[in-house]
Design a binder for this molecule. Structure first.
Ligand SMILES: *Cc1c(COP(=O)(O)O)cnc(C)c1O
Length: 228
């Protein structure tokens, strides 16, 4: 079994190779290490190997982990579904949220963001491929949602996030990711927000296709920490 440090290097190499293949500068893609289900010690190991941004799905698990790691200068990203009764915890403990899919949640996050913390950095989760029951805003609703969220005082709208269902083959992945990129470019052009710069897309299995399509942030768990 390889160590977290070795795995991180492998993932960085994959990102660099994918950027080169796409003719993009390697610094144009950020790596978010998804540490859900792994304990604080695994995060410490990744931090010692140079990783500072971590993604979590389960709010209560994350809050405990963030508390246990308060001595380290880490950036925490919420990437999991958010129920209304969990918005306060998210607003109080995270730096970023990728999984905002309706206005009510955004409004609560803004209202509940403590005054001593900087604004919460937010991406809108978009359902670019699934049926109506899958989480994420419908593509047709994203522009209007983005317009409304951009007005909330304690949030900064940074971009879009997608979690496409697995498909077979690079070309199919690429086609799916390109739909998200088209939407991202459209919202960026329409709203012209100064900080709308993040397309959160790509995981362990499909980061190459996501980067080829224009992702600026890949969320990688399994390839860094191992199987969950
Ligand atoms: C778990 C998870 C990831 C990481 O997935 P891996 O396949 O383990 O890399 C990324 N994004 C979200 C939203 C997740 O829930």
């Amino acid at each position: 079994m390889s160590s977290i440090a070795e795995n991180l290097q492998t993932v960085r190499d994959r990102i660099r190779a994918a950027c080169e293949a796409a003719g993009r500068p390697p610094a144009s893609v950020r790596l978010l290490a998804v540490s859900k289900t792994f304990g604080p010690e695994a995060v410490r190991e990744a931090h010692a190997a140079g990783q500072t941004s971590f993604g979590e799905n389960y709010i209560q698990e994350a809050v405990d982990k963030i508390a246990a790691l308060r001595d380290l200068p880490l950036e925490w990203h919420c990437i999991g579904p958010i129920q209304s009764n969990k918005t306060r915890l998210v607003a109080e403990h995270f730096d970023w949220v990728h999984s905002v899919d309706r206005f009510k949640i955004a409004q609560r996050l803004s209202d509940q963001r403590p005054g001593h913390l900087p604004p919460l950095q937010v991406c809108l989760q978009v359902n670019t491929d699934g049926g109506p029951t899958k989480s994420g805003a419908q593509p047709a609703d994203v522009l209007e949602l983005a317009r409304a969220v951009a007005c909330l005082p304690r949030l900064v709208l940074r971009g879009l996030m997608t979690i496409p269902d697995p498909v077979e083959g690079f070309e199919a992945e690429l086609a799916l990711h390109r739909r998200a990129t088209d939407l991202f470019v459209q919202v960026r052009r329409e709203l012209a927000l100064p900080k709308f710069d993040t397309l959160s897309m790509g995981m362990t299995a499909d980061l190459e296709a996501a980067i080829a399509a224009g992702s600026t942030l890949v969320r990688v768990g399994t390839a860094i920490f191992g199987k969950r």
